[in-house]
Design a protein around this ligand. Sequence first.
Ligand code: SF4
Length: 461
Amino acid sequence: MSLIDDHLLSILKQFDRLGPRYTSYPTAPVFSAEYTAQRFEDDLIENNRNSSSPVSLYLHIPFCDTLCYFCGCNTIITRNREKISEYLLALKKEIDRTTSFISIKRNVVQMAWGGGTPSYLSPEEIRDLAKYIRERFTFASDAEISVEIDPRELTFDHLKAFVDGGANRFSLGVQDFNDDVQVAVNRIQPESLTHQVFQWSRELGIKSINIDLIYGLPLQTIESFKATLEKVIELSPERIAVFNFAYVPWMKQHQKLLHQDQLPTAENKLHLLQLTINTLIRAGYVYVGMDHFAKPTDELATEQKNKNLNRNFQGYSIKAGADLFGFGMSAISHFGAVYAQNAKDLPAYYEAINNGRFSTILGYKMTQDDELRKFVIMRLMCDLELDKRNIERRFGILFDEYFADALVKLEEFLPLNLLALETDRIVIREAGRFVLRNIAMCFDAYLPKMAKEKPIFSRTV
Ligand code: SF4
C-alpha cells in the first residue's frame, strides 16, 4: 500500500461529497415506519423456519455519564444509576421474547456490547447479563465477543467482568490524546488512564485490542494529531480505527455545541487523513479499507486477502453470513432480507417490551434488486474488487446490462487511475481505497432520490 502524496491529495479533494458509510445497504434512511413490530415477529418465525445461519448478537447499553459533543450514537446522558435496573429488566424480557421465536441451538459466532457505554453497568450487572445470555444461547467455542470500552470511570473489575462473561476483544475509545481537543469536545480522558486500561486489558489476556480515533475534530492540527498517532503506535494495538468525524448538526443537535470556527477545513482534514495513513503504514499497519488499519498478522488483514471480510453495523467483520439480533433501545436486527430497528427512546422501548411486544419502529424488507446491490457494494468495500461473472451466476443477470448506469458513473474514476474496469472484473486501485464510499455510491439505487432531499449523510473525505 503506497503512501498518499500531494498529487493524490489534490485528486481526493474532488470527491469530498455527502455519502453513506455502507454499514448496511439499503442505508438506514430507507427504513420505513410501515415495517411494524408484528411484521418483525412474523419475519422472526419465518427466519427460524428457513435459516440455519449462525447468529450474531448486539447489546445496546445506551447510558453515558457525560456528553461528548461529537457523539453520533443513540445515548442517554445520566449519572442516575437507578435507571439501569429498569433497563436491564426490559433487555432480559426482549431476549426472552426473541428466544421464544428462534432456535437457541443455532451457534452464536459473534456478540458485541455497544453503546452508549457498556461499562456504565456495574461489574455485577455485567456478569449477571452475560450469564443470562449464555444460558439462553449456544455460543461457538471460538465466538468473537467484543466490547466498546470507555476508559473513563472504569475499574479493573469491570474489564474482568466482561472477560469472565466471555469477552475476547476490546475496542478502546480514545479519539484524540491532545488536551485542548479533549476540552473542545467535552471528553477529558487523561493519557495515563488510557494506558492503564490498555495494560489491564493485556493483563486479562485480551489479545485483540482496537483503538478508536477520530480526525476532523475541533482544534486538531497536523502536529497535535501526529503526537496522538505516535502515542497510539507506542501502545501497539492490533487494530486502529480512524474515523472521519461525521459532522451532522442537522441530525445531532448537540454537535452545535462545537465551535464551528475550530473545526479543521476540508483541506486540513485531507492533510490529517494523509498524515494518518502515511504514519500508520510506516509503522507497519495494513490499511484494510475505510477507516480501518490492522497489523499484518491480524485476522482483519489476513481475511481480507482471503476475501472473507464482511461489513456490519460495527464496521468490518470476519464473521460472514450470521443473522444479527439486536437488543436494547435503538438496536438494529438484520437477518435474511430484513432490517428492523427498535424504538429510539426509552419510554417507547419500555412501553412495547413491558406490554409483551417488540419495540420495532422502523424496518425494511429487501427486494431482489437490494440484495444484488448490497452484495456488490459489500464485496467492493471488503475485497476491493468485484468478479462480474460471479455476480451474474449468483443473481442471474448480465452485469454490464444491469449496471449500465453505474458503469457510466464509474468512468469518472478512470482517468485518475482510481479503478480499472476490466471485462470480467472491477478492480479498485490502491489510490481508489480513499474514495471507496464514492465508488460504492455509484451502485446505490436510492441516493439519486435522497440527494434531492435534505442532507442526511456525512462527508465522504
Ligand atoms: S461516551 Fe461514546 S456514546 Fe457516550 S457520549 Fe461519548 S461518544 Fe457518545
